[in-house]
Design a protein around this ligand. Structure first.
Ligand code: FEO
Length: 395
């Protein structure tokens, strides 16, 4: 596996092939925790670590390039444990290393670990660290993805260690974008954005704008492949994802109890399909939230269906809507629908979620008692046509 970014700068991280759950995010292609070793003429710096269980691999990768007591600095760009979990073991293994981070990160690390014996260098926005012929420069990227997040720039190589920004949960032996399957990389970058970055779209957009003032030959995130040939592609995609830019796509998702809400969902989809738009229909039994929010991020409009269960909505629908509401895809048109037996509550509660997401409601909840009759089915088709009209209006 080629790990050399440029001479004296190497990837030393861990590829986590089997991981399938990242705090609820279904990582169907695994992940990687990227750490990098930068050698200057006089100093050596390790940029980030890995999840705690994999620190022995990190140590071995570093030890193949230099003795551990030659590591002068360990930069911590982000205190989240997928990158900082291995920090205590690395500090212990590298007796001469000073931990370099910003003040908020130091505070976060002190709340995670016993840091009483650590040596620190707290850095501020734009500050530099001389490695001898090479310089590390630090930029705060607040809320990308935690308040303390920062990135590290190596100006002599025009190389940015971009932390979570531009990352992908993607296990591969290819370290670079031009070695891997770019379709897979872009799909995983999109999934990563929808599930990790979307809520922080504004600060990430602001950070990207700031960082684009730098000369960039290579961008090395903390997950997935390093961008050296197709950075323009991921950057263009980020500009769309920052605003949940809609495409001509309609999503219908639902849970059903005795098939009535399924019949309504299919009628909504049928109505939308009368227009030249992409329509996708998901039974929540068959789709996870990770895939669903990725589909929703670039749809123009969507509908959610739930029967009434125990005077509320179906738990699976509540879980999906809670997840989506937390990530806040912007600018969507939507409505809810569903059947009930003796008291209608489910579709109405679903509509409240849509309001909380600032969706533009294109219909009152469409409800029916027990089994939809033809008039209800036609009402669903008509609402589907309205979803499609919203998608057709996308430029
Ligand atoms: Fe990959 Fe926010 O940690």
């Amino acid at each position: 596996m080629n790990t050399e970014l440029v001479k004296g700068v190497n990837w030393v991280g861990y590829v986590d092939w089997p991981v399938r759950d990242f705090h609820g995010y279904q990582t169907k292609r695994g992940s990687s925790y990227n750490a990098y070793l930068v050698k200057g003429e006089t100093k050596i710096a390790l940029i980030d670590t890995v999840k705690a269980p994999y620190v022995e691999t990190l140590k071995a990768h570093v030890a193949a390039l230099c003795a551990l007591d030659q590591v002068d600095y360990i930069v911590c760009n982000h205190a989240e444990p997928d990158h900082a979990g291995g920090l205590p073991a690395m500090v212990a293994a590298c007796p001469n290393a000073v931990v370099v981070c910003n003040a908020k990160c130091k505070d976060a690390l002190e709340h995670h670990f016993d840091t009483s014996s650590w040596k620190w260098q707290v850095v501020k926005e734009g500050e530099t660290l001389d490695l001898g012929g090479r310089t590390l420069q630090f930029f705060d990227t607040v809320m990308c993805h935690w308040p303390e997040s920062m990135v590290t720039y190596l100006p002599e190589e025009e190389l940015l260690f971009s932390m979570d920004i531009f990352g992908q949960h993607y296990a591969t032996y290819c370290r670079f974008d031009d070695e891997a399957d770019l379709n897979e990389v872009m799909q995983e970058a999109k999934t990563y954005y929808a599930n990790i970055v979307l809520l922080y779209a504004k600060p990430v957009a602001a950070a990207a704008k700031k960082l684009l003032g730098l000369k960039l030959k290579m961008v090395a995130p903390s997950h997935g492949v390093i961008w050296r040939s197709h950075f323009d592609k991921i950057l263009a995609a980020y500009l769309d994802w920052h605003v949940s830019k809609p495409t001509k796509k309609v999503i219908v998702f639902y849970s059903t109890m005795w098939q009535s809400t399924r019949l309504m969902a299919e009628a909504v989809a049928e109505g939308a399909l009368e227009s030249d738009v992409t329509v996708k229909l998901f039974d929540l039994k068959a789709v996870g939230d990770t895939e669903l929010i990725t589909e929703l991020m670039d749809c123009a409009s969507f509908a959610v269906g739930t029967p009434t269960l125990n005077q509320s909505l179906m738990p699976r629908v509540a879980a999906a809507l809670t997840y989506i509401r937390g990530l806040k895809p912007a600018g969507k048109k939507a409505f809810s629908f569903g059947s009930y037996g003796w008291a209608s509550k489910g579709a109405e509660e679903a509509q409240e979620y849509l309001k909380a997401m600032n969706c533009e409601l294109i219909s009152a909840p469409i409800i029916c008692r027990f089994v939809p009759d033809e008039a209800t089915i036609e009402k669903c088709r008509e609402a589907g046509r309205a979803l499609a009209a919203a998608a057709l209006a996308v430029e």
